[in-house]
Design a protein around this ligand. Structure first.
Ligand code: HEM
Length: 344
């Protein structure tokens, strides 16, 4: 919706399926060492017909095709919608409002595709971790709901404007970012010139990989790091804000956390409310807590323990787990239905 002004279809959605395929390819391509050419770059110059090379190039050609479709098809949808004057405000509709050249069009397509590709999967991973954490920690869920009930009541849904008044929810969102490292090894960076870091010589061309998982689970920084505990970010001595790590580092830091452009340094705080990524996760958590109870599934009188493990890959998701999501009350059900109606 933000990128293309498009409402995702429930069940199976063509554009989402396309993006999922490309993100799975990306997860493999982005993990250094998946292909021999990552380790021996000279292999890229070998003829494509050589035995052993054909399969590789065939895979690359089909991945390229899928990537082009992911960038092109939703863009063409948004463009057609724009031309038919049925404008739903989106990144693409805003960019199409002025006269554009072919180069502009290629840039809009790539910008929109990057926003969706890089922003959706990562945010979804955080949202799933939140649901898993709530399934496993009913007392933390109850405490968060108590804060929402006290500050917002039950006659309306929380909004982004409520954020400053919800310290416990803010701490919970930080803990969602920390507990599951969404990108456990960040993104590989290439060193563009020789460097010396803390006495270590790093030659130009080296690939540098950050161990984000360790930084977020370092027992010297986070007490009992494997447990989900929002309290670690409250009080007089809060533990390190994980958002300083989860969005990467340097000039290629995630643009979804735009305080990068406002001098985000080690000492400054993330500017809440200005960041698409952080804000999306906050509002998902706050809305869910306001209207739903998330709990373990009980089947035939037996409690089903959810699987608490994560997939590997550039973007790590919780493995499929079972949970029960039910409206908290009749009033909550009413609010959900009103919200659904307003989207029609
Ligand atoms: C919880 C959500 C998100 C997480 C954890 C996340 C994390 C990251 C990380 C670790 C990187 C690599 C940074 C580096 O190279 O050091 C990155 C890059 C990127 N992110 Fe995000 N991201 C999230 C949401 C978003 C959103 C909502 C957008 C949409 C604007 C977005 C767009 C991008 C893009 C375009 C890049 C590539 C930047 C570049 O290479 O110059 N991300 N993200």
């Amino acid at each position: 919706m933000i990128t293309y002004g498009y409402s995702v279809q429930e069940g199976s959605d063509h554009f989402v399926n396309l993006a999922d395929t490309v993100m799975s390819n990306f997860a493999l391509a982005g993990s250094p060492g998946t292909f021999m050419v990552d380790i021996v770059p000279v292999l890229q110059y070998l003829p494509k017909w050589l035995p052993g090379m054909r399969g590789y190039w065939k895979t690359m050609a089909s991945w390229r095709k899928e990537t082009e479709l992911m960038f092109d098809e939703p863009y063409q949808f948004a463009k057609a919608q724009f031309k038919n004057n049925g404008i739903v405000p989106s990144l693409v509709s805003l960019l199409l409002e002025s006269e554009i050249s072919c180069t502009d069009e290629a840039n809009i397509k790539l910008t929109a595709g990057s926003l969706y590709g890089a922003g959706a999967d990562t945010t979804v991973s955080a949202n799933y971790s939140f649901l898993l954490a709530m399934t496993l920690n009913s007392s933390i869920q109850a405490k968060a709901q108590e804060e929402i009930d006290k500050v917002i009541g039950n006659s309306r849904l929380p909004t982004i404007a409520d954020r400053d008044n919800l310290p416990y929810i803010n701490a919970l969102v930080k803990e969602v970012f920390r507990w599951n490292s969404i990108t456990p090894l960040g993104m590989p960076h290439r060193v563009i010139r020789d460097d010396i870091h803390k006495g270590y010589f790093i030659p130009k061309g080296s690939t540098v990989i950050v161990n984000a998982w360790h930084l977020l689970h370092d027992p010297d920084v986070y007490a009992d790091p494997l447990s989900f505990n929002p309290n670690r970010f409250l009080g007089d001595n809060p533990e390190r804000d994980p958002r300083k790590i989860v969005f990467g580092f340097g000039r290629r830091i995630c643009p979804g956390i735009c305080s990068a452009y406002f001098g985000f340094t080690d000492d400054s705080d993330v500017i809440e409310g200005l960041n698409l990524a952080d804000t999306s996760v906050f509002i998902f958590c706050a809305l869910s807590l306001a209207v739903f109870n998330v709990s373990k599934v009980v089947r035939d009188g037996v409690v089903v323990e959810p699987i608490c493990e994560w997939e590997t890959g550039v973007v790590s998701h919780p493995k499929d787990f079972e949970c029960s999501i039910k409206p908290r009350s009749a009033k909550a059900r009413e609010l959900i239905l009103m919200e659904e109606d307003s989207l029609k």
